[in-house]
Design a binder for this molecule. Structure first.
Ligand SMILES: [Zn+2]
Ligand SMILES: [Zn+2]
Length: 227
C-alpha cells in the first residue's frame, strides 16, 4: 500500500505520486494532456474562489498539485530541489523575506545566496516558509488565485518552448516556472489557512484517492470526466 504521510517532504509526495500514477500516465497520457489536467483542476480551484466555495477550491488545488507532480516526473524535474533553488527562504525576485517587491518597486531580479541550513525538512515547513516570504495577510485570496493563473500560463509556455526545440537551456526556464507554480499554489492554501501536507495525507492514505489501487486503475474515460 502506498500512502503520503503528513510529515513527509515534497520529494516524498513526488515519489508517492510516481508509485501510484507513473504507469497509467506513461501508457495513456501525452505531456499536453498532463499539462491540461494541471490547468483544468487549477481553473476549478479558481472558480471555487470566485464562488466562495473553500472546499471546491481546496480539493481542486490538491488534485492540480498531484498532476503537477506527475508532469514534473515525466520531465525528470525534482520538484523539491526546483522549489528550494528558486525560493531559499527568500523572495526569488527581491531576495527578501518577507518580500519587499511591492514596497520598493524592485528593478530586476536580485542574485541570492542559498543558506542550506535554512532548507525546510518537510512539506509543511516549506508551506510555512512561503507564508513567511509571502504572508497571506499581504494579499487577498482572489489575488492569490490570479497569480496562480498567471504562473500556470508561464509554466505551459516554458514547457512548450522546451518541447518545441528540445533545448536544455529552455528546460531550465521550465524548472524555474515550475517552482513559481508551486509557490502560488502554496499562496492559495495559505490564504485559505489549509495545511497541504495534512490534507494530502487524508486524500492519499491508501494508493489512488479514487480507485485505491497502486498503480491506479481509474479508466482514462473516467479521469477525463472527473470533477
Ligand atoms: Zn519580492
Ligand atoms: Zn485510480
Amino acid at each position: 500500500m502506498a500512502s503520503f504521510q503528513e510529515n513527509g517532504n515534497i520529494h516524498d509526495f513526488q515519489e508517492f505520486v510516481k508509485e501510484v500514477y507513473f504507469l497509467p500516465n506513461d501508457r495513456d497520457y501525452e505531456l499536453s494532456e498532463m499539462l491540461n489536467n494541471i490547468q483544468r483542476h487549477a481553473m476549478r480551484c479558481i472558480k471555487g474562489i470566485r464562488q466562495g466555495n473553500a472546499e471546491k477550491t481546496k480539493v481542486n488545488a490538491l488534485i492540480s498539485l498531484s498532476w503537477f507532480s506527475s508532469t514534473m516526473s515525466r520531465l525528470h524535474i525534482d520538484v523539491e530541489d526546483a522549489v528550494w533553488q528558486r525560493f531559499p527562504y527568500l523572495c526569488s525576485y527581491c531576495g527578501k523575506a518577507p518580500c519587499e517587491c511591492k514596497k520598493n518597486a524592485v528593478q530586476g531580479r536580485k542574485k541570492v545566496i542559498i543558506d542550506e541550513s535554512k532548507r525546510p525538512k518537510t512539506m509543511r515547513e516549506f508551506q510555512e516558509m512561503f507564508n513567511k516570504i509571502y504572508p497571506a495577510s499581504a494579499r487577498t485570496l482572489e489575488i492569490a488565485g490570479l497569480h496562480l493563473a498567471e504562473e500556470l500560463g508561464e509554466l505551459s509556455e516554458a514547457v512548450w518552448t522546451f518541447r518545441g526545440e528540445r533545448r536544455y537551456c529552455d528546460l531550465e526556464i521550465a524548472v524555474k516556472e515550475a517552482a513559481d507554480y508551486y509557490s502560488t499554489v502554496m499562496s492559495v492554501f495559505n490564504s485559505l489557512n489549509v495545511d497541504v501536507a495534512g490534507e494530502l495525507s487524508k486524500l492519499f492514505f491508501n494508493n489512488c484517492h479514487v480507485c485505491h489501487k497502486a498503480p491506479c486503475e481509474c479508466p482514462y474515460r473516467f479521469v477525463r470526466r472527473f470533477k
